[in-house]
Design a protein around this ligand. Structure first.
Ligand SMILES: Nc1nc2c(ncn2[C@@H]2O[C@H](COP(=O)(O)OP(=O)(O)OP(=O)(O)O)[C@@H](O)[C@H]2O)c(=O)[nH]1
Ligand SMILES: [Mg+2]
Length: 303
């Protein structure tokens, strides 16, 4: 079995990169030792938005743009766990095949499995591996259903929220949560009616919640025709530079640390073990007290 080496990852050896990513996904006992030796500061860009908004097309367009500039890109495609989206995922695989053939582009699908309402620990680890590898940008694409889009905001340095002009209800959806996570707004399919009006609405919203340091720009794109992509890339670079100089970095680091601590603490604990513990305890004491029962687990955590 190949043991992933930091130096090989740094040199861009895809077998070593892939193996290290598998170590994270499978919670290999030595993954922590490996991760401790890795470092890097490529910009991590999350891209989210409702199904069909054009996220995958945008990823394709951005990668095309960056490859023309000789930039190297890694893509993590976060699989929605529900069967409902399976069809679109297969479509993505087919479309992404042209990227696969492109040297300097690395693509990996990951599941969005099991996180406790927080960040998915294995995705944080996988991003850490990819940062050590020689990529200029790391893109994470999620399907915007459920909470995966909010999770991604904690992993990404820069979050793009993609929407499309046609639905007036869209603004309502954006207001209810995912608005907060956008560092850059994209109005894709801007070839359609109402794109400019919709973008103006978004601009007002973005302005109303701007900080002294950053107001999320609204970029109109036509991903299928590569329109607006250079402008989007420029906005991403600007946000990347802005990020280096603010408290936001501390906030992001702390959120990731919190998610990882939570994950590692819970690792040797699962519901089926607890069920069998409860069975034993109830046999001994039919009036088992819940809080007496859980206390030993806390003690286990605190050493
Ligand atoms: N008219 C128009 N169509 C576009 C544009 N960008 C993407 N599309 C089309 O919109 C459809 C959905 O695009 P995808 O890139 O698969 O969207 P997605 O957000 O990745 O979709 P899911 O992965 O299912 O959430 C495809 O048929 C694209 O060709 C655009 O700028 N204009
Ligand atoms: Mg897609």
């Amino acid at each position: 079995m190949l043991i992933p080496q930091a130096l090989d990852i740094q040199n861009g050896n895809e077998r070593h990169i892939a193996r290290a990513l598998s170590w994270s996904e499978n919670q290999h006992p030595e993954v922590l030792e490996l991760l401790k030796t890795l470092k890097g500061n490529a910009q991590v860009i999350g891209i989210t938005g409702p199904p069909g908004a054009g996220k995958s097309t945008l990823v394709n367009a951005l990668v095309t743009h960056w490859r023309n500039l000789k930039k190297r890109v890694a893509i993590l495609a976060v699989d929605p766990s529900s069967a409902f989206n399976f069809g679109s995922l297969l479509g993505d695989r087919l479309r992404m095949q042209s990227l696969f053939l492109n040297e300097g582009v690395f693509i990996r699908s990951v599941s969005s499995r099991g996180s406790l309402g927080g960040l998915s620990a294995h995705i944080i680890e996988m991003v850490h591996v990819l940062k050590h590898a020689p990529y200029d940008y790391i893109l994470i694409e999620t399907v915007g259903v459920g909470q995966s889009e909010v999770e991604i905001a904690g992993v990404a340095d820069t979050t793009i929220v993609v929407s499309v002009p046609e639905s007036g209800d869209e603004i309502q959806t954006l207001k209810s949560g995912i608005m907060e996570i956008a560092d850059v707004f994209v109005v894709n399919k801007s070839d359609r009616d109402g794109a400019q009006t919709f973008a103006n609405h978004l601009k007002k919203l973005a302005h109303s919640r701007a900080t002294a340091n950053w107001e999320s720009p609204v970029i109109l794109t036509q991903a299928v025709d590569q329109n607006g992509i250079a402008e989007l890339s420029e906005a991403l670079n600007q946000h990347g530079n802005f990020n280096k100089n603010t408290n936001r970095q501390i906030q992001l680091f702390a959120e990731k640390a919190y998610a990882m601590i939570q994950d590692y603490r819970m690792r040797d604990l699962n519901l089926s073990t607890i069920i069998s513990d409860v069975q034993k305890a109830i046999n001994e004491n039919p009036n088992l007290n819940l809080f007496e029962f859980i206390e030993p687990y806390f003690r286990k955590f605190s050493n």
